[in-house]
Design a protein around this ligand. Structure first.
Ligand SMILES: Cc1ncc(COP(=O)(O)O)c(C=O)c1O
Length: 370
């Protein structure tokens, strides 16, 4: 009894102390520690789906907790089969990872087995480049066009006999632009004759464009990276996958410490259920489009240039900001992306819920409409 009171007091004091630091507001809810802690800010900096995980995924994940004492081998194989079927491929075309970041890193390590360079647009999603660079690979950056789109002819022209990897993020993060499937397909066919191509389709489900997975039926030098972090709303569950020809999947698998063992039993269960929750996926897509339209209108009204987006984020210019806007957002507990390109002061904002964006737009109006 004494111990229980002492523990309760300790929990209370610890959470109050943490709250005082500003990191976590309060973990003390009755006697329970809860996860996640209540949101301290409006998160518009990581392109997460604000509505997820889907109802079916939540139920499946909760149910999977009890089975977490067992390795999820069978369920992971079922998931690979199910993903394969979605693209008229087999489980042997699918490799699982703890998020698609693991896949990008794996492909970088594979490509770097032979010294050389990799070609990528800039700016793009580049966190994982360090994996390639640490292993001696030189990154050749090809600027986007003035419209912030991939410059595919320029990228193709940069490929040399030393090129080991060509990366295309479609739609592109942070700009939200997209290359149509037919143009990209021609590019991939040409580029993959010279080097391995890595196509990142993290945000494709927000668009009307089809996946280029059908190319994998014959193309042995293409890897497509996919994730459950975006439209499936499972960023915290850390689950993603690669699609590639089975020969290539085998070579990539050999670089994993334990084949397909990244995602947890809970994540695998959530992913299996999420694939079936078509209503959730459709609603997420529709809500995102509506709220993105609202945000774009507000940027336009405030006179800030932005790039039409096919994703759950917008790329906009803060050139006319006198330096107050990002500070004002931070003061209002709204977390946003940093300035990505100094020239033009281009920054990225993720699309949250209508309420999230109302908070963003309110700060926007106050700053720019004086
Ligand atoms: C284009 C792109 N690819 C991959 C990722 C990695 O996502 P995850 O590791 O959560 O699957 C992100 C994350 O924001 C991204 O924007």
């Amino acid at each position: 009894m004494k111990n229980a009171i002492a523990r309760r007091e300790w929990l209370k004091q610890t959470s109050m102390a943490l709250a005082a630091t500003g990191f976590i507001p309060s973990l003390f809810h009755g006697e329970k520690m809860i996860y996640p802690p209540p949101a301290v800010s409006i998160r518009l900096h990581a392109n997460e789906n604000p509505y997820g995980p889907s109802p079916l995924a939540r139920t499946a994940m909760a149910a999977a907790i009890a089975g977490s004492n067992r390795y999820p081998w069978e369920q992971t194989t079922t998931l690979r089969e199910k993903i394969g079927q979605q693209y008229q491929l087999s489980k042997d075309h699918v490799l699982m990872g703890a998020g698609s970041s693991e896949i990008l890193g794996l492909v970088a390590s594979f490509a770097a087995l032979q010294p050389g360079n990799m070609i990528s647009a800039t700016p793009t999603f580049n966190l994982w480049w360090t994996v390639a660079q640490q292993q001696g690979m030189q990154v050749i950056e090809v600027p986007l066009t003035a419209g912030k789109e991939h410059d595919l002819p320029a990228m193709l022209s940069k490929i040399t006999p030393d090129t080991r990897l060509v990366y295309v993020c479609n739609p592109n993060n942070p700009t939200g632009t997209i290359v149509a499937a037919d143009r990209l397909s021609s590019f991939i066919i040409a580029a993959s004759q010279k080097a391995l191509v890595l196509l990142d389709e993290a945000y494709l489900e927000y668009t009307e464009e089809p996946s280029l997975a059908p190319l994998l039926a014959s193309n042995k030098r293409l890897v497509i990276a996919k994730t459950f972090s975006k439209i499936h709303g499972m960023a915290g569950a850390r689950i993603g996958y690669a699609l590639a020809h089975p020969d290539l999947i085998q070579q990539l698998t050999a670089l994993q410490p334990w084949a397909n063992a990244g995602p947890s039993a809970v994540s695998v269960a959530g992913a299996l259920a999420s694939l079936d929750d078509k209503d959730f996926l459709l609603t997420s897509k529709k809500n995102n489009a509506a709220v993105r339209g609202y945000t774009a209108e507000a940027l336009k009204a405030a006179g800030l240039p932005f790039i039409p987006s096919y994703t759950n984020f917008l790329y906009y210019s803060l050139q006319q900001d006198k330096g107050d806007f990002l500070k004002a957002l931070a003061n209002n507990n709204i977390r946003v992306g940093r300035i990505v390109e100094e020239k033009g002061k281009w920054a990225r904002i993720s699309i949250g819920t209508q309420d999230d964006m109302l908070a963003f737009v309110t700060t926007l109006r106050k700053t720019f409409t004086t």
